[in-house]
Design a protein around this ligand. Structure first.
Ligand code: GLY
Length: 571
């Protein structure tokens, strides 16, 4: 008996010891840590309605690509802040048998666009011209994107995929508290740009139902007439008339010439992991790969999570990678992006050679550019899907700014993008994310503007391991990076990894932006002593990550970002 008691005490003590080690090693503050677990399939998106519709499609026998089509459109209904028909996006996929690829349905500059179209007679940027109103829009790619996905991989008819989405638009979505706050925040500017009230300028309260009959009708026409309804059909014509009456330059020729493109992903090995991400016109894959290769030699899991040392290594790698982004990255159909050189291990090793734990590197020592203190918040939206066969899709889609150009087409029920602002309007002048660009990202007809969207899929031991991505403009890449490292290096579960506080450095401005109230005072003091400028004053969130991890037992573990209304639905 005594032996049994002693044995039990020993077991309890060992468990307590292990538990205390784990909490000490993974000290972090977050608001959600319990991960959703599913046996077969899962979807995580910015809205519960969209996640449910995607999951229902997979329950009916549809695959992850069918679910992508339905979810993309369901987000346009339920999350018009970023979900869209008037914007564009990127998809990274991995089929159950291991084939990987990407689809680029990014917007394109109109045929009538030109390099200096947003400059005044003195050569200065007229900032509102590329952010608000009809001239701010690139040629939308989203409808071309979903049809391209459906044609190659879809298994259910498009009408069946759009049916629950049309019903959602008709019956209405329930306004959440966060949605109420957003609509209130943007009401004045929406009224100003639209010179009138629109569906979204009414005073909604959390719990109200918001119906969008016009969008239901648009989707019904698209379900019946297919892709050409948008690119040449009635919907396209309404869109063109609307924009042209307001000074827009997109023409029928632009819509007819638009096509989405399959592209090879950027792939990089980090320790036991194979990272598969988006190539240009996104900077996401290359910058993520550069940072990962620069930090790989450091024993990150020996530093405490979000400790000064950890933040320092990531910051210095981010500083160096974002400096390259500004000069070398643009649409590879128009500009020869030196991808191999940028990912060359000797090159990256040399870039980190002047890093010392003793003191911050100055961004002016990395390269030159104008300082900016401007950041925008978390527009854009990301969703991750894994189906019962093991197909995975990682999609980030956007209007660029919040409600895009703010220009809403009442007859069609959707907002238009302001993606033209993602071009470098003038070398050295930062865009709305504070990102600085060069010739590689100058405006040219039919060119795609550089993006930071980083939909990513990660393999471990040649098997699907994680599907991850985020909104957040320039902070997307660092949000994806830290979520991956939180699991790979610090053993957090998928939800903890998504919820953990994040930080961001993008070369210029030369400061570490940090989410407020989530970092140890000691770490911040140490960083400041070493010369790092900390910016917590914006009291903002960094990224809104939605991710899925495949557990060793094959179950799926979801991470839905508590910073938004994001929801994981699985079965
Ligand atoms: N419009 C945000 C991005 O593409 O990075």
């Amino acid at each position: 008996m005594l032996k049994i008691i002693r044995y039990n005490t020993l077991v309890i003590l060992s468990v307590l010891f292990l538990f205390s080690c784990k909490t000490e090693k993974h000290q972090f503050k977050n608001s959600a840590s319990k991960a959703e677990i599913a046996d077969k399939a899962m979807i995580v998106s910015a809205r519960s309605e969209a996640s449910r519709i995607g999951a229902e499609i997979m329950k009916k026998g549809g695959n992850a690509f069918d679910a992508m089509v339905a979810t993309e459109m369901a987000l346009a209904v339920s999350y018009p802040f970023a979900g869209n028909l008037g914007g564009g996006g990127f998809m990274v996929y991995r089929t159950a048998d291991g084939e990987v690829g990407t689809l680029d349905y990014r917007e394109k500059a109109p045929l009538a666009s030109s390099k200096n179209m947003y400059l005044d007679e003195n050569g200065e940027v007229i900032s509102e011209k590329s952010t608000m109103g009809a001239l701010a829009s690139g040629v939308p790619g989203t409808i071309a994107g979903i049809f391209k996905v459906h044609k190659k991989f879809g298994s259910l008819p498009i009408q069946e995929l759009l049916k629950p989405v049309i019903a959602l638009a008709e019956k209405g979505i329930v306004v959440t508290q966060k949605q109420q706050d957003r609509l209130q925040k943007y009401r004045d500017v929406l009224m100003q740009v639209n010179e009138d009230t629109i569906l979204f300028t009414k005073s909604y309260k959390a719990g109200d139902t918001l119906k969008n009959k016009a969008l239901a009708n648009t989707l019904r026409r698209i379900a019946t007439n297919g892709r050409s309804e948008f690119y040449g059909g009635e919907t396209g014509k309404i869109l063109l008339n609307f924009l042209q009456e307001r000074g827009g330059i997109i023409t029928e020729q632009d819509l007819l010439k638009y096509d989405a493109k399959w592209r090879d992903p950027v792939q990089v090995q980090y320790k036991d992991y194979q990272i598969i991400s988006m190539p240009p016109p996104s900077s996401g894959g290359i910058v993520l790969a550069q940072i990962l290769k620069m930090i790989e030699p450091y024993p990150l899991n020996e530093y405490a999570h979000n400790s000064a040392k950890y933040i320092q290594v990531l910051t210095e790698a981010e500083r160096r990678a974002y400096a390259d982004r500004s000069f070398y990255l643009g649409d590879s159909d128009f500009y020869e992006v030196p991808q191999d050189s940028l990912l060359d291990s000797n090159y990256l090793e040399a870039k980190m050679a002047n890093f010392s734990f003793e003191q911050a590197t100055s961004s002016s020592a990395i390269n030159h550019g104008e300082l900016s203190n401007f950041y925008e918040s978390n527009e854009t939206t990301h969703y991750s899907i894994v189906d019962a066969e093991g197909n995975a899709v990682s999609v980030t889609t956007t209007l660029n700014g919040a409600y895009g150009s703010k220009l809403y087409i009442p007859e069609l029920g959707f907002f238009m993008n302001n993606e033209m602002n993602d071009f470098s309007l003038k070398p050295g002048v930062p865009n709305m994310f504070g990102l600085i660009g060069a010739e590689a990202n100058a405006i040219a007809p039919e060119k795609r503007m550089l993006s930071s969207m980083t939909p990513t899929i990660i393999e471990k031991d040649n098997k699907l391991w994680m599907v991850v991505g985020s909104p957040g403009g320039s902070t997307i890449i660092t949000s994806v990076l830290q979520t991956f490292l939180n699991v790979a290096e610090f053993d957090l579960n998928m939800q903890e990894a998504v919820s953990a506080k994040r930080f961001h450095h993008q070369w210029l401005p030369d400061e570490i932006m940090m989410e407020p109230a989530g970092f140890e005072e000691k770490a911040l003091e140490e960083l400041q002593q070493k010369g790092y400028k900390i910016n917590q004053s914006e009291s903002r969130i960094i990224g809104k990550v939605d991710a899925i991890r495949v557990l060793p037992n094959g179950k799926l573990e979801g991470g839905a970002d508590p910073r938004g209304d994001d929801t994981a639905v699985g079965f």
